[in-house]
Design a protein around this ligand. Structure first.
Ligand SMILES: Nc1ncnc2c1ncn2[C@@H]1O[C@H](COP(=O)(O)OP(=O)(O)OP(=O)(O)O)[C@@H](O)[C@H]1O
Ligand SMILES: [Mg+2]
Length: 216
């Protein structure tokens, strides 16, 4: 489904990622681990096309970055669900609105709302749909961001540090939720510096160090 071959990217200051190759198949649950600054977020941004590689090739199903037209980028992005490291929820919109507005695959407003309600129920947030993000706990905000990422039924879910600010119990609930996504056929790629929290789901582990990746 997703394949990276020798992907490199460097920021103007010189930091970045070097010669990354990895592959994800449907239902894979993979971790991207490594200390701060190792390049985890950068790699997720390359996969979501937020950054353009300097070299190498990314393939997602029939799309290939090295030969892809700009017009195809939205089709690529539509296949992904992204949970950002800083969540990026709209603070002046309710939880329901945050999720509904992301439902770009559903132009009909009522259908988009129904889809948002369904996915919010799946992450156990039905009782908070009219709250605003600042009124939620950190774990609830994380679940709202996951609901938003799931609303278009992506093939691949990218989650950047989804459990880093959570206590053990809340973290276990989020991991369970992400694991269910992979069991339903989605590929899930999680950046984390706490891989021990994920031991129970037996993930594939890609370790990043100094912009390089090694499969464990
Ligand atoms: N916009 C940017 N401009 C220049 N350098 C950047 C930029 N974003 C990240 N970097 C640098 O690229 C390297 C990798 O950063 P990245 O955010 O990918 O690390 P990370 O593994 O996600 O770290 P963390 O665990 O702290 O989230 C770091 O050295 C960082 O300083
Ligand atoms: Mg990061």
């Amino acid at each position: 489904m997703l394949k990276l071959l020798n992907v490199s990217f460097h920021y103007p200051g010189g930091a970045g990622v070097n010669g990354i190759s990895l592959e994800l198949r449907p239902s894979d649950f993979a971790l991207l681990v490594g200390r701060t600054g190792a390049g985890k977020t950068t790699l997720l941004k390359l996969i979501s096309l937020e950054l353009t590689p300097d070299a190498g090739d990314l393939t997602l199903e029939k799309f290939r970055t090295s030969s892809m037209k700009d017009a195809h980028k939205p089709l690529w992005r539509r296949r992904l669900g992204i949970v950002h490291q800083n969540l990026q929820l709209l603070e002046d919109r309710s939880v329901l609105e945050n999720v509904r507005l992301a439902a770009i695959c559903e132009p009909n407003l009522n259908h988009a709302k129904a889809r948002a309600l369904k996915v919010l129920s799946r992450v156990h947030l039905s009782h908070k749909i009219h709250s605003y993000p600042p009124q939620l706990s950190t774990g609830e905000q994380q679940r709202a961001a996951i609901a938003r990422a799931l609303v278009n039924e992506p093939f691949l879910l990218l989650a950047d540090e989804p459990v880093s600010n959570l206590d053990a119990l809340t973290s276990a609930g989020i991991i369970d939720l992400l694991h269910h996504c992979s069991q339903s056929g989605m590929a899930v790629l999680v950046a984390t510096h706490q891989p021990e929290r994920f031991e129970s789901v037996k993930p594939i582990v890609y370790k990043m160090d100094d912009g390089r990746v090694f499969r464990q």
